[in-house]
Design a protein around this ligand. Structure first.
Ligand code: ADP
Ligand code: MG
Length: 259
């Protein structure tokens, strides 16, 4: 299968020391790639490099055979949509306005959103169970509601790949499950490529097709959930004792903290 995005020996640093070190990675249509790693390991940095927000000092990022650096932001945005970890809105936009912003890369110059864009935005709100929030200010909804609205914005963008940076960190159990199921159906039905940073290891084990585990900017492990989520790997990367058994409902590895 043709990759969507290829990272070739990508290294990035904010200041003196490297925060990503010679990362080789590919993403594919219809695949959910889980990204795990402790706080500060470089997960958000990796996603920003994949989205072209940050440009690596070494190596290259290739989107559909073209270097990311040669593409305009709107060209990238038609292929890749991201929900960043921090999201700040200067103005008190409504949830619907925020989702309509996802249509921007799809519009022609100086064109306003039309009926079709509105329909796509409303469908995206529906898909993330946030239609009832449409008129609410993005400043006045809960963290979990905001995460769902931001996911709706990426859907409205109609990209080939979505990059999600801890999209369920503020969500309760039901909404976590809903979002993972939605991500899973998007990758299955729309063949969307998904890169998912999350600390919900059991959900990642259940839904990701492939997992990379990073520490100090290095990919230390890559493979199936069964291959990557071993007690040995997790203890070494997270410096925390765990035991891993099998989730009886899913047959996938289940990570438990040792007492
Ligand atoms: P993660 O998402 O895995 O928690 P990040 O990618 O946010 O980690 O950060 C990786 C490393 O880069 C950390 O050591 C962090 O302190 C550093 N870092 C992140 N953003 C910046 C920045 N804007 N300027 C300088 N250092 C940064
Ligand atoms: Mg982060």
């Amino acid at each position: 299968m043709e990759p969507i995005l290829i990272l070739n020996k990508v290294s990035f640093k904010y200041k003196a020391s490297w925060n990503l070190k010679s990362v080789d990675l590919r993403t594919y249509e219809g695949e959910i790639l889980g990204v795990l790693g402790p706080n500060g390991s470089g997960k958000s940095t990796l996603l920003k490099v994949m989205d072209g927000v940050l440009q690596p000092q070494q190596g290259e990022v290739i989107l559909r055979n073209r270097p990311l650096t040669s593409l305009r932001r709107t060209d990238v945005a038609r292929e890749i949509a991201m929900v960043a970890q921090e999201n700040f809105f200067r103005f008190s936009f409504s949830a619907l306005e925020v989702v309509l912003m996802g249509r921007f890369p799809r519009l022609k110059r100086l064109q306003f959103e039309g009926e079709k864009d509105m329909e796509i935005a409303l469908n995206a709100l529906k898909a993330t169970h946030s239609l009832h929030l449409w008129s609410r200010s993005i400043h006045e909804i809960s963290g979990g509601e905001k995460q769902r609205v931001l996911l709706a914005r990426t859907l409205a963008q109609e990209p080939k790949m979505i990059l999600l940076d801890e999209p369920t960190s503020f969500l309760d159990l039901r909404h976590k499950r809903d979002i993972f199921r939605l991500i899973s159906s998007l990758s299955g039905e729309r063949k969307l490529g998904v890169v998912l940073v999350s600390h919900d290891m059991d959900l990642v084990a259940q839904y990701a097709h492939r997992i990379v585990m990073i520490k100090d900017g290095l990919i230390l492990h890559e493979g199936s959930p069964e291959d990557v989520l071993t007690a040995e790997n997790i203890e070494a990367v997270y410096e925390c004792p765990v035991f891993v058994d099998t989730n009886p409902a899913t047959g996938k590895p289940r990570v438990n903290l040792s007492p």
